[in-house]
Every structure is written in structure tokens, then in C-alpha cells.
Design a protein around this ligand. Structure first.
Ligand code: HEM
Length: 414
């Protein structure tokens, strides 16, 4: 029986819904068709109300009006109890996603040059080396692996450690911390279920990165950690909170996101052998393939904004103080923008997906993420002569960032 919009909107607070793509996509299609700006209210009061925004054009309109729709005080979905704690005490971190202009503009200015193509292009050779390292690792695994846990999780974290200038010996510690921070809804990944467990994870990040800041202030290099540690806003050093928050957003935003895209891309290529063959025949398709993979997986499931004044959109008035949830996976399957939105097509162009968001908060690492995916595909595709699923892929339970948790595959390589 078809879902009603009131039933469909419940998927946004249900981590298990994101782990069941058909169920999630069906709910979003109902909302796009029948009630694209639909109010979520939770009779149990576990979550505060919000409007779910499911059409591409409405997500764009809200992101473009960043003077009206701001990130504070509710940038991401959390239970009502954590909304209240954040309102009373402020967020535990003040990263780019927690702040608005003018603070956001100043803070972003500290690293925006570092993320420009001119600087990032210096990483091409290193990315190719890392891609080779992980495809070599596949060759040692005897034709069988869990592509997420053995390969996809590791390349992006290695890249983050590299750009921050951190030693490879710190790798296991960072892997655990980033997974604990983002995998909080998944029993297999999180440290524990209480707010105290999350506070402990953040304290560990603080302890680690306070030391990094001190080292980079004493001995600056050209890595991203040095740009942050020695960055100035109006001639002043960043506060400790701003500095640490910067490392945390880079380490976390750049890890599970890119890993999910890489793993989901490999699954999509296995399930669509004609697309894999196209890429084999014409490696220059790697750029459009990377963007289609990012649209297909959409690793960031939402961000939120809160209205600073009444605003009418699509015939609905969002009142001052009310929040909206921008559903990127729904926008990226919008039938009004994408031909055959449920088909994986590595030649799709144009591909106006919103997986990196839009406007002033547009993903700072978008170009780096694309470069990583392209580097891996460029190494993997010519060396793997066949790939098959070797079991059921499973998705993370999440409401924020995620994708595949396990992808068992078998393969042959040259
Ligand atoms: C496929 C991989 C990635 C996806 C899908 C992704 C997606 C996103 C999204 C949706 C946003 C919020 C945009 C908005 O509010 O409009 C964002 C912000 C951000 N991303 Fe990414 N991201 C990815 C990889 C990366 C990487 C590799 C890095 C850096 C190493 C990174 C760093 C950031 C930062 C710093 C922000 C905050 C920007 C701001 O608020 O001004 N991301 N990302």
C-alpha cells in the first residue's frame, strides 16, 4: 500500500531506513510528488519538528538564501535533548558547519586557498601512489575481500593524514576516532550510546590536535595543519576551539564521505557491468564517472538550516525559528532535474547533483574528493579483469553521513 507523506517523512529520523535504499527512495519519491516541503512532527517528542525539503530546486533556493536560512543552532539532526543542550551551552565544536557569516566567511578564508586547484594539483602524484598501494593490497588478498573494510576506508584516511601532515603511525587512532564520531547511530561503529561517550570521543580529538597545533606553531610547514595553526582572523590567532574544530571537520568530513563514495561506486560498477565496460573502453570517462558515483551514493544524507525570518517557499511558510532538513539523496533523484534518476550512467552530463551541497557552505573538499575517486578508478579498472559480489552488501545505519559498511567481493587481477 502506498505511503502517505506523514508516514514517508519518518524515514529522516530512522537510521534503519537509510540502510534500506528501496524503502528510503520510495518514501522520498512520495514526498517529492505529494508534499515536497513536509512538516515532520514526532508525537513522542524525541525529535523537534522540521520541514523535510525533498526537491532539488527547493534545496538550492534555501542554500542560496544563507542570510535567512542559517546553520546555527541546528546544523544537523539530533534528538530534542541534544538540541536543548546545544541551545543552552553551545556546540561542543565550532567547525565551519556550525557557524554563519561573518564568522563562517572568516574561518573558511583561513584554508580556502589551500583547497584551490593550484595547490591541490601538487597532490596528484601522491594520490596515484596511494591508489596503487591499495590496489596492490587487493592483489595480496587472494581474489577476495570486504572492499569497504579492506580498501575503501583506508585510502581517504591516508589522504587526510597526508594533507594534515600527520605520521602514518597515528593511522589506527584516527580511523577509530572518525568512525566513532560519524558512526554514532551504528552499534558496530560507535563507542557507546550515551552523550558521555560522544563527549569522550571529542575530548580525544582535542587532546590529539592540541599537540599538533603546538608543533605547527613552533615549526610551520606547507601542510594543512600549519595553515590552520598559523591562520589569522583580523590579525589574531584562531582560538583553540576554532583550531581544533578545523582539524576535526577535515578529518571527519573527508573520511567516511569519500570512503562511502568509493565503495558505493565499485558496487554500482559491479551491478552495472555495461558501465564498467564503458569505463574500461574509454578511461577518459573517469571524470563524469566520479560525479555520477557521488550522485549515486550521496554520502551526506542531510544538513539542516533554521529560518531567521518568515519565508515562503513552494506555498509553505517556514516561520522564523523553524528548521528545514535538506535531503541531498532525494534532491539527487529528482525526476525534474535528472533523466532516468534511478539509472547509474557514468556518461551523465550535465550532472547537477547536490551531493556537495551548494552556496557558501559548499563542500571545501569537493575537488579533493573527486581527485581521490578518479585516482582509485584509474588504478583499479585496468588491473581488475573481473569483479563479482560475494555476499550481501550492507549499509550503515545513519541519519547523517554514510554508505556501505561491508561489500564482500571476489575478483581477478592482472
Ligand atoms: C564524496 C565526498 C564528500 C561529500 C559527498 C561531501 C559533502 C559535503 C556536504 C554536503 C557539505 C555541506 C555543504 C552545504 O552545507 O551546502 C560539505 C561540507 C564540507 N566538506 Fe565535504 N564532502 C566530501 C568530501 C570532503 C573532503 C575530502 C573534505 C576535506 C578533506 C571535505 C571537507 C568539507 C568541509 C571542511 C566542509 C564544511 C564547509 C563549510 O561549511 O563551509 N569534504 N561536504
Amino acid at each position: 500500500m502506498a505511503l502517505t507523506p506523514d508516514q514517508a517523512v519518518l524515514v529522516f529520523t530512522d537510521p534503519t531506513a537509510y540502510a534500506d535504499e528501496d524503502r528510503f527512495n520510495e518514501a522520498c519519491a512520495v514526498l517529492r510528488r505529494e508534499s515536497p516541503i513536509h512538516k515532520y512532527t514526532d508525537p513522542s517528542g524525541q525529535y523537534n519538528p522540521f520541514y523535510a525539503i525533498t526537491k532539488h530546486k527547493d534545496v538550492l533556493e534555501i542554500e542560496l538564501h544563507n542570510n535567512i536560512f542559517i546553520n546555527e543552532p541546528r546544523p544537523v539532526l539530533g534528538p530534542a535533548s541534544s538540541d536543548q543542550r546545544n541551545a543552552e551551552n553551545g556546540h561542543m565544536l565550532r567547525t565551519l558547519i556550525h557557524v554563519d557569516d561573518p564568522e563562517h566567511r572568516d574561518l573558511r578564508g583561513v584554508t580556502s586557498e589551500w583547497f584551490l586547484p593550484k595547490n591541490l594539483s601538487k597532490l596528484e602524484t601522491r594520490l596515484a601512489e596511494l591508489a596503487q598501494r591499495y590496489v596492490d593490497k587487493m592483489a595480496t588478498l587472494g581474489g577476495e575481500c570486504d572492499f569497504v573494510q579492506d580498501i575503501a576506508m583506508h585510502l581517504p584516511l591516508n589522504v587526510i593524514l597526508d594533507i594534515l601532515g600527520l605520521p602514518e603511525s597515528d593511522y589506527p587512532r584516527m580511523l577509530k576516532l572518525t568512525q566513532e564520531l560519524f558512526g554514532a547511530a551504528d552499534e558496530e561503529l560507535r563507542r557507546g550510546s550515551s552523550p558521555e561517550d560522544m563527549i569522550a570521543v571529542i575530548q580525544d580529538f582535542f587532546a590529539y590536535f592540541t599537540q599538533v597545533t603546538e608543533e605547527r606553531r613552533a615549526n610551520p610547514t606547507d601542510d594543512l595543519a600549519s595553515a590552520v595553526a598559523n591562520g589569522k582572523i583580523n590579525g589574531e590567532d584562531l582560538t583553540l576551539m576554532q583550531t581544533i574544530s578545523y582539524y576535526v571537520i577535515t578529518a571527519t568530513a573527508g573520511h567516511d564521505t569519500t570512503a562511502s563514495a568509493i565503495a558505493g561506486g565499485v558496487q554500482a560498477l559491479i551491478e552495472n557491468p555495461e558501465q564498467l565496460q564503458k569505463l574500461r573502453n574509454d578511461p577518459s570517462l573517469v571524470s563524469t564517472a566520479a560525479d555520477e558515483i557521488i550522485r549515486w551514493v550521496t554520502p551526506v544524507k542531510h544538513f539542516m538550516r533554521t529560518a531567521t525570518e518568515d519565508y515562503e517557499i513552494g506555498g509553505v511558510t517556514i516561520k522564523k525559528g523553524e528548521s528545514v532538513l535538506l535531503s541531498y539523496p532525494s534532491a539527487n533523484r529528482d525526476e525534474d532535474v535528472f533523466d532516468r534518476p534511478y539509472e547509474f550512467d557514468i556518461t551523465r552530463s550535465p550532472n547537477k547533483h547536490l551531493a556537495f551541497g551548494f552556496g557558501v557552505h559548499y563542500c571545501l573538499g569537493a575537488m579533493l574528493a573527486r581527485m581521490e575517486i578518479k585516482a582509485l578508478l584509474a588504478e583499479l579498472i585496468p588491473r581488475v579483469t573481473s569483479m563479482q559480489l560475494a555476499g550481501e552488501p550492507s549499509l550503515m545505519k545513519t541519519t547523517f553521513v554514510g554508505g556501505l559498511k561491508h561489500l564482500p567481493i571476489t575478483y581477478e587481477m592482472v
